[in-house]
Design a protein around this ligand. Structure first.
Ligand code: ATP
Length: 605
């Protein structure tokens, strides 16, 4: 029997009242079990605050103003008389959901099927063009007229993009595992998710065929594969000790592009699995020209090409290609070259588990390759595509030599790859090891932290309206953002103002479920923006929640500063994790121990 929207919203209300991840997963797991299979994917997307998997970008696209108009229209039709306008009441209640629930209180809904509501919301998102706003307002008003007060609360929050249940992907995976019998189900579910990035699809497959359904999943064009990531080490010797003779590539600082060709359509996905196809037409055309109607999924780094030098632009120039408007003009100014470094799928065959050097051989047979010896300077390929520069290191010193060469040429560092390593979707492990200049100097790599709040400026900063931000790392185990640093430097005045304007759009009236901290900033914001942060060291501190367990102190940063504005290519879930911070802290301790002077050499004051 079809599940009603009221039943679904009862579940959302329970989730809202829970703060622990385990209880949330349990509640979700029980609910997933009772749903009809056709309802499972929509329900999963709804809980994610979306209408489709995040890489398809399914939001209803309605502003607060339009939703207020829809509520106003529905109120008018019910004949309820208001003493204050919906706008004023919204200011007082601070939340669109509470407003809708308040205005429609006392009404009985019509027990509308959940799927019917979901389709109406999908239609709202699809409508565009002239007169579409009026139609959207009308359609949403009609929807409100059929809903109970509680369902109005959640539908209103959903359409303004503020459902905020604090249920992250990790919690949904736990819930799916719970439904499928518990902990042992988690690994196949995670593996399936890593191959398609679509938890709704996973839920449907589980409903159809249980765990066998997800075990049968293979890469398929159109579904981004969650990206393989690097571990870090601090020298050629450490790398060699870990993985022995290995392939070593230049680490390019551009956009990671995962290109999908289904033989007809070409799509590109970014590091955080957003579709970026329209931004990079030369890669789309290049793929068509090179692969024709072959099906493939491959990955590489796209870099701005500097025709004057025959080399690449720095990241600050390449990033100007990340735009939705005037793409054509900009691609004339800063054309892209793409250096392919991995292959995951070709003509129906899964290449993920093929040893790296065999994958590389295949890449070299598909894409134009030009090779350089260690001492030779790297130049850009003639056409759009080339392959990443690669050497084989049989000795630690070759790695260090190559590292010094690439730095001299202005690249970021190197990535060493295990020769027989598979492509481990969605995981950070020692199949790929990065070595950047920063770890050689101070060992502190930059961190990617999520902004969870901000402070009003004091003194000179008063006129900027912002003095510092509160940031958090991601605790994967808890599926929560845990505070690690208050940061008040690194940006220019105009960048601070821009940042404040961005943050103001996402201000919340209280600390969101997904955040853990004892510190209260002047304003909470949705944990949405990721900033790159440099610091002198990681220290232990009782102040922050990051890494705090039982009686143990947490971690904090000494002299943290932002390296620039928020990174568009990172999702909050891509932020540096607590485990990585623990690991960096350990490395820092080892380095300090190594560099400590023997006592007889301590300089006398
Ligand atoms: P960073 O913040 O250091 O760029 P990241 O968090 O995006 O790193 P990492 O796993 O640390 O991801 O590093 C891998 C990144 O390096 C990839 O996302 C890719 O964009 C980039 N890259 C550049 N050159 C290569 C290469 N030859 N092989 C693989 N990845 C490369």
């Amino acid at each position: 029997m079809a599940t009603s929207i009221d039943r679904v919203c009862d579940c959302l209300q329970v989730l809202d009242s829970l703060s622990g991840r385990i209880e949330m997963a349990q509640e979700l797991g029980i609910f997933l079990k009772i749903l009809d299979n056709s309802e499972r994917a929509p329900f999963v997307y709804l809980v994610q605050g979306q209408l489709a998997p995040p890489f398809r970008g399914g939001e209803t696209g309605m502003s607060t103003k339009l939703v207020l108009r829809a509520i106003g229209l529905a109120v008018e039709e019910t004949g309820i008389s208001l003493t204050v306008s919906p706008e004023k009441k919204l200011e007082e209640l601070g939340d669109m959901g509470n407003l809708a629930e308040h205005l429609f209180s006392g009404r009985h809904g019509k027990s509308v099927p959940f799927l019917e509501v979901f389709r109406t919301l999908e239609n709202l998102a699809l409508r565009g063009g002239e007169g579409s706003q009026e139609e959207k307002v009308r359609s949403l008003a009609n929807l409100f007229l059929s809903l109970s007060p509680l369902s109005s609360r959640y539908v209103a929050r959903f359409v303004v993009g503020k459902l905020r249940l604090g249920v992250g992907d990790a919690t949904i995976i736990d819930a799916l595992a719970q439904w499928q019998g518990g902990k042992t189900a988690k690994t196949p579910i995670e593996n399936g998710y890593n191959l398609c990035s679509d938890l709704g699809r996973i839920a449907t497959l589980l409903g159809e065929d249980g765990l066998e359904g997800v075990r049968k999943l293979r890469p398929s064009p159109g579904f981004p594969i969650r990206m393989a990531l690097c571990e870090r080490l601090s020298s050629g010797e450490e790398i060699f000790d870990k993985i022995g003779s290995c392939a070593v590539e230049s680490k390019y600082d551009g956009f990671r592009c995962q290109v999908h060709s289904d033989g007809n359509r070409v799509q590109i996905f970014s590091r955080n699995l957003e579709e970026t196809t329209l931004m990079f037409p030369e890669i789309v055309e290049g793929t068509r020209a090179l692969l024709g109607n072959r099906k493939a999924i491959f990955e590489g780094e796209a870099l701005g090409y500097n025709a004057e030098t025959g080399g690449y632009h720095p990241f600050q120039v390449t990033i100007t290609r990340k735009r939705k408007h005037n793409v054509k003009e900009k691609s004339g100014e800063v054309p892209l070259k793409m250096l392919v470094f991995d292959l995951m799928y070709l003509d129906g065959e899964n290449w993920l588990d093929v040893p790296f050097l065999d994958r590389r051989r295949k890449i070299e047979s598909l894409f134009p390759t030009h090779t350089f010896s260690v001492e030779e300077e790297e130049t850009a390929p003639v056409g759009v595509f080339g392959t990443s520069r690669l050497i084989i290191a049989e000795h630690p010193s070759t790695i260090d030599l190559f590292f010094d060469e690439v730095l001299e040429e202005g690249f970021e560092g190197i990535i060493a790859k295990r020769k027989e390593g598979t492509y481990t979707a969605g995981s950070r492990n020692f199949n790929w090891i990065k070595l950047k200049r920063s770890y050689k100097d101070t060992l502190s790599d930059t961190l990617d932290l999520v902004i969870i709040g901000f402070y009003r400026g004091k003194g000179q900063r008063t006129r900027l309206g912002i003095g510092a931000i509160l940031t958090a790392a991601y605790d994967k185990e808890l599926d929560r953002f845990v505070s690690i640093a208050r940061i008040g430097s690194g940006l220019t005045e105009s960048q601070w103002v821009e940042l404040r304007e961005m943050l103001e759009e996402t201000v919340l009236s209280e600390k969101p479920h997904s955040v853990l901290t004892d510190i209260a900033p002047d304003y909470w914001v949705e944990p949405k923006f990721v900033v790159q942060v440099r610091a002198d060291d990681i220290t232990r501190s009782p102040q922050h929640m990051c890494g705090r367990r039982d009686t143990k102190e947490g971690y904090a940063l000494r002299f943290p500063r932002m390296t620039g504005e928020p990174r568009a290519d990172k999702n909050p879930l891509d932020a540096t994790t607590v485990l990585e911070i623990e690991d960096l802290f350990q490395k820092q301790k080892n380095l300090l121990a190594r560099h400590r002077l023997p006592s007889d050499k301590v300089p006398k004051k």
